[in-house]
Design a binder for this molecule. Structure first.
Ligand code: UT7
Length: 353
């Protein structure tokens, strides 16, 4: 047998192990740089509209809405502006986190519709709360909170100078509906929810999915006329094929939940709470039964607020945080879905006491 040339021996015995150690450390570091939720907040409009109020001007009933959706009432914008609700939710989250707006390094705002097309809602809210950090809006429909959390997590990994990120989801879907169309307007409510994030090891996994499917859920807005437009345009209220959305919601949510739970070596029993987008109690129940889990693991508030789009998850999270349902160390799965079709789930360990 011939002898191994000295330069090959040096590579295999000295350089290779060093490179492997470096890669191992880097992978470990990338895994360690994650985030915790350290504060939550929410804000609701003052007007409460119960199902019975809707049946005074719509061919509907409390019985139909309750049994088909689980909704008993919703909070609707009347005199308020959405930015006021967003700012209130942010201030509550900052107070809960024990930091001030000046400590923020980024604001991500999830929003589908508000009075301003430009500037972004995040820019308006940034000024209202007295922050000076960069900010932007994203529109991933009702899944916006999960998308915003994933982007925030990536910021913590890629930008060493970022220590606090505020995610705010502010939505007024009731302004998208035709209020003579009973199959859509009864479902929605308005509101805002926020969360403050910092570096930590609480958030463990994400699963995001999008596939283009416009037909089941869309709204086309009217743009200003120009002397040059020759095409026909049909702006109008929200259009929804409810049963299609229902099936897509269950399928994508189960898929995302499976990825973050089984993909991280856990069983469904290991999860303490599943917080799902509050769109329909029957969607929540279908998912719960598929996972063979107890009702207590699926807290809900759809009965009080209806579907508040991307705000629904941070609003629910804030309720559970403030009423001390969540305990430090609890394993939580967040899951949401919406127009697009967009969907996402997040696995995290609750790190607040
Ligand atoms: O963030 C995502 C947004 N959207 C969703 O998640 C929605 C997902 N889908 C759903 O939640 C359900 O499909 C709905 C709640 C929208 C509808 O429930 P459904 O059990 O799928 O009812 P359906 O659409 O099959 O309608 C059943 C009947 C229809 O009457 P006919 O054709 O059987 O005579 C509807 O016209 O219920 C009627 N209906 C109503 N009746 C009283 C629809 N809306 C109403 C209403 N009140 N508000």
């Amino acid at each position: 047998m011939g002898r191994i040339p000295p330069h090959i021996a040096t590579v295999t015995t000295i350089i290779l192990p060093i490179v492997c150690t470096q890669i191992h450390l880097l992978t470990k570091l990338i895994k360690i740089i994650k985030m915790n939720i350290i504060g939550t907040g929410r804000a609701h409009p003052s007007l409460t509209v119960a199902n019975d109020m809707l049946s005074t001007f719509l061919d509907t009933s409390d019985e139909w809405i309750t049994t088909r959706t689980g909704i008993k009432q919703r909070q609707l914008i009347s005199h308020e502006k959405l930015e006021d609700l967003a700012a209130e939710a942010c201030k509550n989250a900052l107070q809960d986190a024990g930091i001030s707006a000046e400590d923020l390094d980024f604001i991500i705002c999830s929003n589908v519709v508000n009075e301003h097309i430009t500037p972004s809602l995040s820019c308006i809210v940034q000024g209202m709360i007295g922050a000076t950090c960069p900010c932007f809006d994203l529109n991933s429909a009702c899944a916006g909170f999960i998308y915003a959390l994933d982007i925030a997590n990536s910021f913590f990994k890629s930008k060493s100078d970022i220590n606090h990120i505020l995610v705010v989801c502010a939505e007024e879907p009731t302004r998208m509906c035709d209020w003579q169309e009973r199959s859509t307007c009864v479902l929605f409510g308005d509101g805002a929810g926020a969360a403050v994030l910092t570096r930590g090891d609480g958030v463990e996994a994400f699963s995001l999915s999008s596939f283009s499917s416009v037909e089941p859920l869309y709204q086309i807005r009217n743009l200003e006329k120009t002397p040059f437009i020759t095409k026909k345009e049909f702006g109008g209220p929200l259009v929804m094929k409810g049963q299609d959305v229902f099936k897509l919601a269950v399928k994508s949510s189960l898929n995302d939940i499976q990825k973050v739970v089984e993909g991280n070596g856990l069983t469904y029993d290991d999860v303490d709470y599943y917080l799902l987008h509050q769109a329909n109690i029957r969607i929540i129940e279908t998912i719960r039964k598929s996972l063979h889990q107890d009702k207590v693991k699926f807290p809900h508030n759809i009965e009080n607020y209806g579907n508040t789009s991307s705000a629904s998850l941070p609003i629910l999270l804030d309720e559970l945080n403030r009423n001390q349902t969540l305990n430090c160390g609890d394993t939580i799965v967040l899951s949401a879905f919406g127009a697009g079709f967009t969907a996402g789930a997040c696995l995290l360990k609750w790190s607040k006491n």
